[in-house]
Design a protein around this ligand. Structure first.
Ligand SMILES: Nc1nc2c(ncn2[C@@H]2O[C@H](COP(=O)(O)OP(=O)(O)OP(=O)(O)O)[C@@H](O)[C@H]2O)c(=O)[nH]1
Ligand SMILES: [Mg+2]
Length: 302
């Protein structure tokens, strides 16, 4: 009996903000590696999500949504991060939201189609479309402008038609030995995920008051016995934002702390003692140095 050779390779997931890139990856990995929210520009870092099965190792690259917004250093950084992810990968999954084809989608499609890897057009959020036959004309509009090797219709949220998509990606991967250990799920540290889980709670709670101007850094992470002691700083841009995050008599911050702690405990599988502080660093989103200091300097590792 001949043993089938294992596959190994990289698949970048690209698309404009909010199309469901992180939701899809979390669904395939069966773990919340990337934070998700209904707000665009949730993902700010390039994250590797490593999916090891008996067929081999599929390494997803989750990217920040490609957007049209100009201006701040953070905005530029997000686009650069996403664009750099389209090179040197075996497969590009280009995600769009069913029945939505905007200028931002076109911009993202241009980036995706520049890749020298195989290109899969993924129509997500199909669950939202009542008359499915409309999808054919929708897809034709995209295909009039861009070329793809395969097309898939999925619902990442409802876990629909994900397996055929996964099969298609594996088909395109080259044969090779795994790059990462079998039990490794990401290239990121626990501290990174902890700060992301806190940022997720901030986005969910203050999505109107704090547009994009929050960031989280971990100041201390110590394991004493069975408890993980974590000190984190929430960075905001203005004094009034600090007041919002803390809330009346510290109530808002307390709730953020409780919810974040629960998420972190679930993620690391241990008890957590979480302490949060709020600090003001004016216009950090506009300051390239501050962006580096907060860990927004992703480099593609291979
Ligand atoms: N109805 C529906 N909603 C979905 C689907 N997939 C994702 N969503 C929702 O779309 C929103 C955005 O999802 P994300 O996974 O954060 O999108 P993203 O593309 O990673 O966004 P950025 O990180 O901002 O670029 C969330 O509210 C998801 O729950 C889907 O298949 N159906
Ligand atoms: Mg995302």
């Amino acid at each position: 009996m001949t043993k089938k050779n294992k596959k190994c390779g990289y698949a970048a997931v690209l698309g404009r903000p909010n199309v469901g890139k992180s939701t899809l990856i979390n669904q395939i990995i069966q773990q919340k590696l990337s934070i998700v929210s209904h707000k665009p520009q949730t993902t700010r870092h390039q994250i590797l999500a490593i999916h090891t099965t008996d067929r081999g190792q599929l390494i997803f690259i989750d990217t920040p949504g490609i957007h049209n917004q100009k201006g701040t250093a953070l905005n530029k950084h997000l686009n650069q991060t996403a664009q750099s992810s389209s090179f040197g990968v075996d497969v590009v999954l280009f995600l769009v939201e069913a029945m939505k084809w905007t200028d931002e989608d076109k911009r993202a499609a241009k980036v995706a189609c520049r890749s020298d890897g195989k290109k899969i057009l993924v129509i997500n959020k199909v669950d939202k479309v009542k008359h499915k036959e409309q999808l054919l004309t929708f897809v034709q509009t995209i295909l009039n402008e861009f070329e793809f090797d395969a097309i898939h219709y999925i619902s990442a949220l409802k876990n629909k038609q994900i397996t055929p998509l996964e099969d298609s990606v594996f088909d395109y991967l080259p044969e090779g030995e795994p790059i990462f250990d079998e039990d490794q799920v990401s290239d990121r540290s626990t501290q990174f995920f902890v700060s992301e889980l806190i940022r997720e709670q901030l986005m969910l709670r203050f999505h109107q008051e704090l547009p994009y101007s929050t960031s989280v850094s971990i100041e201390q992470y110590e394991v004493k016995g069975v408890i993980h002691h974590i000190h984190a700083i929430i960075w905001v841009e203005r004094k009034n934002q600090k007041g919002i995050v803390i809330g009346r008599q510290g109530e808002a911050l307390k709730q953020i702390g409780v919810k974040s702690r629960k998420e972190i405990e679930q993620f690391i599988g241990a008890r957590v003692n979480l302490k949060l502080w709020v600090k003001v660093q004016s216009s950090w989103t506009d300051d390239a140095k501050a962006i580096d200091a907060l860990g927004y300097q992703d480099t593609f590792k291979d």
